[in-house]
Design a protein around this ligand. Structure first.
Ligand code: GLC
Length: 572
């Protein structure tokens, strides 16, 4: 039996509940819809689902502002429907993890309502209260990090929107209450959690002011207009300096250990993945998080072989320092960033748009063949693209509407300009409803119903599930195929990673090996046919497992790889 845990062998698929599937036809995704798509997920070939928050919420931050940690948002359905989803996933051999938001609650949560009601109520110390704003700290979403609560005559701290007050994690009662909520779901059988924004949990106890001579709106504005390399460097520096006393403060490791111990009360290898890139949160490999995301991999305008090689070198070295058990977790997209298809499109990088579809396939191949657990984002499998919403009054992402308002009213930017900028920075563009069919509203909700965010009209140009399911050449068919290849090839899951032909600019080439199996992966990111020499590597034969160009050749002395080809073979 393999010593690898289920979450090391799984491919995860992130569901954004509001946009995934609308079962009751009100324009908002829900559990009825999700339950109807369980077979779709199984056929796709993913092994686990990460559900973005499904809890009751005023939806100021689209569910990341939770007002009850132990229930289901009424517009998404009932607890029973959630259980149907969980059990239905389990019955199909899939695991389910939930989103656990630790840093803050909604300001509509009963804990906060009580906390703000007076200075001496039982929960008075559950949030971070001060008499007057002690410094110039900013919220990364909406200006000053300190907001006045007239009921109590004091200010509270919030790293995100003012409707998302930060919890005081020094208070043991807060920890107990949150761990009890985690237990509520663990007892029901959920398989673990994706932990939201763990780096924001603690703040500098000395409350040291930041040193940037701008506020949040000013810095966002400067980030938008900075052009020269020197200005870009400054932008990065300012972002770091503005938030350095509010992020990654001591105490998080201890907290993660506590939560790990809660999960260990339950059988079945419950897992934790942190929304953070710091591998030290994996502790000794067993006492903190199971994984953190390899965010540096996606932090580029262009995914090139050189970039991936450099990233792997750095991550593998960092993980090895943490513990022999430390495990990688690779992703290219989620609900917070521009869609992979758009972000890494050829045309964005001076190439030809006709290659976008090939690049989308290569990007998936990278994620599914590197060592580590892959996370995919819903809609990626059909090549959904960003949907810019030019009317700022139709935006739902409050961080973008706040910015629009500041641009127009404070920074006196011309409204049309401001609208374009808000549309581009808004996360709505990558959260639009899933395109199921080539019918009105992309088949997400009935004709005559307005979906919560506009559906991208490109559902009528083949970017929909129903048409791609039937097309052997579609991106969806490719996703299904490659997911099956991965599952059937143990070395792609468990094998170590060794780069080869490291000086070839256009091709990402590496070996994945276990004691039983050795696999060679070649990914040509260029429009050129290239020749690669493997004659001096002691390879007797190569059995082709996958070739996007239909190559069955096994001769490796002068191997010709086709433009944009994905080629995977077992070596002997
Ligand atoms: C995380 C979530 C993001 C949310 C923020 C505040 O970064 O991914 O969507 O807005 O936390 O909860």
């Amino acid at each position: 039996m393999s010593a690898f845990k289920w979450w090391q062998k799984s491919v995860f698929y992130q569901i954004y509940p509001r946009s995934f599937a609308d079962g009751n036809g009100d324009g908002i995704g829900d559990f009825k819809g999700m339950n109807g798509k369980l077979d779709y997920l199984m056929d796709l070939g993913v092994d686990a689902v990460w559900l973005s928050p499904h809890f009751p919420s005023p939806m100021v931050d689209c569910g990341y502002d939770i007002s009850d940690y132990e229930n289901v948002a009424p517009e998404y359905g009932t607890l029973d429907e959630f259980k149907t989803f969980l059990n239905g996933a389990h019955a199909r051999g899939m695991h389910v993890i939930l989103d656990l938001v630790l840093n803050h609650t909604s300001d509509a949560h009963r804990w906060f309502l009580e906390s703000k009601s007076s200075c001496d109520n039982p929960k008075a110390d559950w949030y971070v209260w001060v008499d007057t704003p002690p410094n110039n700290w900013q919220s990364c979403f909406d200006g000053s990090a300190w907001t006045y609560a007239p009921e109590r005559g004091q200010f509270y701290y919030h790293y995100f929107m003012r409707q998302q007050p930060d919890l005081n994690w020094y208070n043991p009662e807060v920890r107990k209450a949150m761990w009890d909520s985690a237990r509520f779901w663990l007892e029901m059988g959920v398989d673990g959690f994706r932990l939201d924004a763990i780096g924001t949990i603690y703040e500098d106890p000395k409350l040291t002011p930041h040193t940037v001579a701008m506020d949040l709106a000013g810095l966002r504005h400067f980030s938008d207009i900075a052009k020269t390399p020197a200005e870009r460097v400054l932008v990065e520096q300012y972002w770091r300096d503005m938030f350095k006393y509010q992020l990654d403060q001591p105490g998080i490791h201890e907290l993660m250990k506590e939560l790990r111990a809660v999960l260990d009360e339950y059988e079945g290898d419950r897992m934790l993945v942190g929304e953070d890139e710091d591998v030290t949160y994996q502790g000794n490999g067993e006492d903190e998080l199971s994984m953190v995301f390899n965010f540096p991999l996606m932090r580029t305008d262009q995914l090139t072989p050189e970039w991936v090689r450099k990233n792997q070198k750095e991550r593998i070295t960092a993980l090895a320092k943490v513990s022999p058990q430390a495990w990688a977790c690779n992703t290219l997209g989620n609900h917070d960033c521009s869609r992979v298809y758009t972000r890494y499109s050829a045309s964005r990088n001076g190439g030809n748009v006709i290659h976008d579809a090939e690049l989308a396939r290569l990007n998936l191949a990278v994620i599914l063949t590197l060592r580590g657990t892959p996370f995919l984002y819903n809609g990626e499998e059909i090549g959904m693209t960003d949907t810019l919403i030019p009317d700022p009054f139709k935006l739902r992402d409050t961080m973008a509407t706040w910015y629009y308002d500041r641009l127009v009213n404070e920074l006196k930017v011309e409204p049309l300009q401001a609208a374009l900028r808000a549309a581009a920075m808004s996360r709505d563009k990558n959260r639009t409803p899933l395109q199921w069919r080539n019918t009105f509203n992309g088949g997400f909700c009935p004709t005559g119903v307005t979906p919560w965010l506009p559906v991208n009209p490109n559902y009528a140009e083949g970017i929909n599930v129903q048409e791609q399911e039937k097309d052997p050449a579609s991106l969806l068919t490719f996703y299904r195929h490659l997911l099956r290849v991965r599952k059937a090839t143990p070395a792609l899951v468990e094998g170590d990673y060794r780069p080869v032909h490291e000086t070839v600019k256009e091709v990402l080439a590496f070996l994945r090996s276990t004691p039983e199996q050795k696999v060679l992966v070649l990914l040509n990111f260029s429009e050129k046919q290239l020749s690669l020499d493997f004659s001096d590597r002691g390879i007797k034969s190569a059995r082709v497992i996958f070739s996007s160009a239909g190559q069955a050749t096994s001769g490796l002395s002068q191997f010709m790889i086709n433009p944009f080809e994905i080629w995977i073979a077992e070596l002997k």
